[in-house]
Every structure is written in structure tokens, then in C-alpha cells.
Design a binder for this molecule. Structure first.
Ligand SMILES: [Zn+2]
Length: 276
């Protein structure tokens, strides 16, 4: 989920760190993994210094570049790739958008359509149609239906957007089953994919993976950085977060694997947390 209160120092330090990792891995070629990646977006618009919000100008430049390079793939493509049935050019990516905010509908959708880019929307079902004071409103059922009609794949981001790693297993089961059932019933479609709320190492584990498997999910995505490959568990796949306020050169590095090394930073922070 998003946090709007980004202080300027933290903003610039984080941006410098992301760009440093991307440029270093470009220069060294060391940490880059060959393969396909899944990009994570959240909101679109003009919130300044909000890493969760990408401007529509930047998003359009990114989608236009993906279309020119012919790098955009669909969720079905990713499934075929994981099954070893399909190969893609190095740097192919799937676009995903988390949290079900309305700017996906009025902002991103026309751009996705214009450039024929496939995308997946991960929806926290209890938040559908809700308005909060500190961020934009969530999609309504009608808007989600329109996204589905436009070819956007609708998938689950749990029911109430809680960390699955921090609640009882019975509650995990309810989060994953209830969200899928409500989406399927209201929209008349089949939900096969899931994105873990928050998606850090603390937010999923072997038990949550087993529950997703029993609940008929085929693919699940974390927020851990890296490329995906057929040797990975399809219910704990990494993604790469696209942040607001980054130039097209940074986006091109992300797509090419420039932030794969960020997973070592994620892991380091995880270990620090465990020690507390
Ligand atoms: Zn989320």
C-alpha cells in the first residue's frame, strides 16, 4: 500500500540508491539475471515525490517504448514461459498494477489500450468502491468490469490487504478464497493469479504458499526483486517496482534487470528485521 508522507531526504537517498544499483549492475553485468520480469505499478497522476505514483506522461513514454521494443507479454504468456512452453526475448515484461485505485481506469487504461499492452490488475476486494482521506478512491465494481471488458486480467490482492505472514492460517485461507470467489461471482470470470499484500519476505511463507495452491491459484507474485524463470516456485514469483519520479533511462534499466541486485538489499533488510 502507499504512503504519501515521503520526506525529501528519504526520497533523494532512495532514488540515488536505486539509480546507483541499476547503473552499477549495468556497468558490472554481475548481478543481472537473464529472463522475463514482472513490473509493479500502483497509482498514476501528479502526486509529487510519491514513489507509488507514476505520472501519465512517464507511463505513456514507458508503454510506448515497450511497444516499440515489442517487450510486453501477457499473464498467459508468463504461464507458458514457466511451463517451459514458450521463450521470450531477454527483457520481456508483464505489466501489473496493485491496489485497485481509480487512476488505473481513467489514467492508465487508455494508454494500455493505445499501445496494446497486456496488463493484470491486483484488486483488494474489501476496498472496492471505497474512498479514503489520504489517497485516491478505489475502483468501483462497474469500473473493474470495464477493465475486464477491455482485456485487463483481474486478479486477487487478497480480501482486506493484510499481510498474510502476520495473520492466522485460517484467516489467510479466508483472505485468498473469499477474494477469488467474490471477483469470480460478480464479474463472471476465473481468477488464477494473486499478489501478496506488501509482498516482502515477512508477508508470505511456505504455509501461505500451500494455502494458495490448495485454493486453485496458479501464479502468485511478491514484491521481491528479480527475474522470473521456470525453476522458481510459481506461487512466489518476484517482481520489479516501477517508481514515480524516474526517467525513461531508469525504466529501461529496470526492464533489462538493473534492479535485480536490489533483492540483496531486500534480503539484508529482512535479516536485520529478523534479528530485532
Ligand atoms: Zn498492495
Amino acid at each position: 500500500m502507499s504512503t504519501n508522507s515521503i520526506n525529501p531526504v528519504r526520497w533523494f537517498v532512495k532514488k540515488a540508491a536505486r539509480q546507483g544499483v541499476a547503473l552499477t549492475s549495468l556497468a558490472s553485468g554481475l548481478c543481472r539475471e537473464a529472463g522475463v520480469r514482472v513490473l509493479t505499478y500502483h497509482r498514476f497522476g501528479n502526486a509529487s515525490r510519491d514513489p507509488f505514483c507514476v505520472t501519465l506522461e512517464d507511463f505513456e513514454a514507458q508503454m510506448a517504448w515497450l511497444a516499440r521494443q515489442n517487450l510486453a507479454v501477457s499473464l498467459a504468456d508468463i504461464q507458458s514461459f514457466l511451463a517451459g512452453e514458450k521463450v521470450f526475448p531477454d527483457g520481456a515484461v508483464l505489466v501489473t498494477v496493485d491496489d485497485g485505485f481509480q487512476s488505473l481506469y481513467w489514467g492508465a487504461l487508455p494508454i494500455l489500450k493505445k499501445y496494446a499492452i497486456p496488463a493484470v490488475a491486483f484488486i483488494p476486494v474489501s476496498e472496492i468502491g471505497t474512498v479514503s482521506n489520504n489517497t485516491e478512491a478505489h475502483l468501483t465494481w462497474g469500473e473493474i468490469e470495464a477493465l475486464a471488458r477491455a482485456g485487463i486480467i483481474i486478479a486477487s490482492h487478497s480480501f482486506s490487504h493484510r499481510s498474510l505472514g502476520k495473520i492466522k492460517l485460517e484467516e489467510v485461507r479466508q483472505e485468498v478464497v473469499r477474494s477469488r470467489e467474490e471477483l469470480e461471482k460478480k464479474l463472471g470470470l476465473t481468477v488464477t493469479a494473486f499478489a501478496y499484500p506488501f509482498g516482502t519476505r515477512a508477508d508470505f511463507n511456505e504455509a501461505t504458499i500451500a494455502i494458495l495452491q490448495k485454493s486453485n491459484y496458479q501464479l502468485a507474485f511478491t514484491s521481491q526483486h528479480g527475474a522470473i524463470s521456470p525453476k522458481l516456485n510459481p506461487l512466489a514469483l518476484p517482481r520489479v517496482k516501477v517508481e514515480g519520479g524516474e526517467a525513461l533511462w531508469m525504466f529501461r534499466l529496470l526492464v533489462g534487470g538493473g534492479l535485480d541486485a536490489w533483492k540483496w538489499i531486500d534480503r539484508f533488510l529482512w535479516q536485520l528485521q529478523q534479528r530485532r
